[in-house]
Design a protein around this ligand. Sequence first.
Ligand code: SF4
Ligand code: F3S
Length: 106
Amino acid sequence: TFVVTENCIKCKYTDCVEVCPVDAFHEGPNFLVINPDECIDCTLCEPECPINAIYPEDDVPAGQEVFIALNAELAKSWPVITERKDPLPDAKAWEGKPGKLKLLER
Ligand code: SF4
Ligand code: F3S
């Protein structure tokens, strides 16, 4: 499966959602996740993210392994998103900032 990682938090560009053939993306207040039970590893979403927040499960950046379980957990309660929308208002300022996990809203 593919996994959305920390850099998405407080940015949420949503370019990724429109290419998914199985509607695997779920939306929270300031982050998206991929449902591992739906993802078919097509790879299409990975290059769509302008800030490289999406990785294959076995290739998530060091220290971000927690996001594998977080995607699975949050996908159970968050609604599916299939259409692109505007990024969060301060997305540009939050790109690439470390330590965003503590800012994740559920
Ligand atoms: Fe959807 Fe393909 Fe991305 Fe999996 S890899 S979330 S199936 S677009
Ligand atoms: Fe997040 Fe990138 Fe998609 S910022 S919403 S994973 S395009």
